[in-house]
Design a protein around this ligand. Structure first.
Ligand SMILES: [Cu+2]
Length: 142
């Protein structure tokens, strides 16, 4: 009797935890994230002020779970990951704004750079469907 209980508990735990891992936070229809400034193709000087725009959803700090909210992630010279079911990495190419910031000042070397915004949920995982801006290219002048 005792020996049979453990497999059952393991199975029950797997059933409970699997949907939680697979389910991404839903985003509402029409939600849109975009870069207000700089404009695509702009020639700018470093540091560059980047202003984030969001329609149809709200901002909540990382760790705060609230329907139809998320926090911004700025991708610098990087593309969104192929697997959007995982939390976004945190590094110089994937900057998290977990305090709920809606703009930033970026120091960039001269040359062309791409910028793109991804909204992600309280655990840094993109929503379903993903709320991702168009990727823009800017040129930082000396
Ligand atoms: Cu994040």
């Amino acid at each position: 009797m005792r020996a049979n209980k453990l497999p059952f508990l393991v199975l029950a735990a797997a059933l409970v935890s699997l949907p939680a891992l697979a389910d991404r936070t839903p985003s509402p229809a029409g939600a849109e994230v975009y870069i207000v400034s700089p404009k695509d193709g702009a020639k700018v000087k470093s540091p560059v002020t980047v202003v984030f725009g969001l329609k149809g959803m709200g901002i909540a700090p990382a760790g705060i779970k609230f329907d139809n909210t998320g926090h911004h992630h700025l991708l610098v010279d990087a593309n969104p990951p192929d697997d959007l079911s995982q939390p976004l990495p945190a590094n110089e190419h994937n900057i998290h704004f977990g305090k709920g910031q809606t703009e930033t000042s970026l120091t960039l070397p001269p040359g062309k750079h791409t910028l793109q915004l991804v909204l992600a949920d309280s655990l840094h995982t993109p929503h379903e469907p993903a709320v991702i801006s168009k990727q823009i290219t800017i040129t930082v002048e000396k």
